[in-house]
Structure formats: C-alpha cells, structure tokens
Design a protein around this ligand. Structure first.
Ligand SMILES: C[S@@+](CC[C@H](N)C(=O)[O-])C[C@H]1O[C@@H](n2cnc3c(N)ncnc32)[C@H](O)[C@@H]1O
Length: 214
C-alpha cells in the first residue's frame, strides 16, 4: 500500500461506491483460508478495475493470477453481453474458493478458470484480447508481457499490478538476489522503452502500470 494515512484511506473508501457484499464476504473468506490474503485487490483497486473495464467494454479479458477471484469478479462487470474473462492461476489450492464466489457473482457465467502456469497456457490461447490484467508472480512480469503483447488488439490495454512494490523500486541499493524488485525494475523500463505502447504509471495502491497498444 502506498504511504497514505488510515484516515486518508477511510476518506477515499467512504467517497467511493461501497464494496459489494459478495466481495466483502470473499475478503473475509480469503483471510480465513489463505496465507497471503493481502494479495487480494480489495475495495478501491477492485472498483478501479471495474471502472476501467466498464469504460473499455471488452469482449475478451485475460487475467494472470486469479487467487480467490476478487479482481476477476470486478473486471468481469464491464464485459460485453457475450464477453469472456479468462483467468489463470498456477495454484489449485484456492480454486474452490474462487469458483464458489465467481459462481455467485453477477457475471460469473462469463468467467473461465484455468489452473496451470500462465507461461505455458497463454501461448496455446488463440484469442485477441481487449484487456489483460497482469497480477501473477512478480519475477515473471517481463515474460508475461512478451507473451501477451502479441495477443492484445491495437488500441487494447494491459494493466500490471504492484509495479511500485511498496516503494522498493526507488531503493538505490537493490540486491541482485531480490528477484522481485530486480524484475519489476526491468519490467517498468521495458514498458517505458517500448515504442509499440503508451503507458501511465498510476500510484493506486501498490502502483499500477496502464499500457495501451498503439
Ligand atoms: C497477487 S495474487 C493475485 C490476486 C488477484 N488478482 C486479486 O486481485 O485478488 C497472485 C497469484 O498469481 C498466481 N501465480 C503465480 N505465478 C503464476 C503463473 N506462472 N501462472 C499463473 N498464476 C500464477 C499465484 O498462485 C497467486 O494466486
């Protein structure tokens, strides 16, 4: 989380549309059943993703990193009537939780869950995406980017989460064995220097890189 005071965060939450009761329930269940519940998007980031998706009205969304399904449920809100969100997670342990909440969400019938390594599954997908949400293993961000950039239509978008990595990207003494920070620095530079895209790094939560294929 960026360095906002608790009061500031409360003010932001209380002046944004409230979190859906299903998502509140999902948050509680995630805290009960998952080790790293803080990985879940949460109220403001979830609303942000929902808004972006509603603005784009995508027919095909790809998500890397389902976890318990919070961001998938939010992103699916903006899909066109026949639209599909494809979400991949390498870990099958929490799939039952994601399935349970996705099936109860309003756009649940538009969400397809894949269990496996996104790096192996994406090359087999013959789909042109309007929107991709990258939220998997931070050490694989450049690999995800290289795979998905070919599968996003011109004028489509990629959003990558956690690109400020709690401010560690500013650390002038990043250790080479801190693979997470090293990779995120590489990813941010790769996007910044990619002439195929326009990009905007937003300080929402842990930093979100918005990328448009031009
Ligand atoms: C930060 S969590 C995703 C949070 C979720 N998007 C949300 O907002 O609630 C990251 C997830 O990526 C998954 N993951 C890590 N490496 C992966 C890979 N190579 N392919 C697919 N999923 C991966 C992890 O198992 C984990 O559940």
């Amino acid at each position: 989380m960026m360095n906002f005071s608790k009061d500031f965060i409360n003010y932001i939450s209380s002046h944004s549309s409230p979190e859906d009761s299903l998502l509140q329930e999902l948050t509680r269940a995630t805290h009960l059943h998952a080790m790293q519940a803080r990985m879940l998007s949460g109220h403001i980031q979830g609303k942000f993703l929902e808004f972006i998706s509603k603005m784009i009205s995508p027919s095909n969304i790809l998500e890397i990193g389902t976890f318990t399904g919070y961001s998938a449920i939010c992103l699916a809100q903006g899909l066109t009537s026949g639209g599909i969100l494809h979400t991949i997670d390498i870990d099958d342990e929490l799939r039952y939780l994601a399935e349970h909440f996705i099936s109860r969400s309003s756009a649940g019938n538009k969400i397809r869950l894949y269990t496996g390594d996104a790096l192996k599954i994406i090359p087999q997908m013959d789909i042109l995406f309007d929107l991709v949400f990258i939220d998997g293993d931070k050490r694989e961000y450049t690999a995800y980017y290289s795979l998905v950039i070919e599968k996003v239509r011109k004028g489509g978008y990629i959003i990558a989460d956690n690109v400020l990595w709690s401010g560690k990207v500013l650390d002038s003494n990043v250790k080479s064995n801190d693979k997470f920070t090293v990779e995120l620095l590489k990813f941010n530079d790769l996007v910044q220097n990619d002439s195929r895209v326009e990009n905007l790094l937003l300080p929402v939560r842990d930093g979100m890189m918005l990328i448009r294929i031009s």
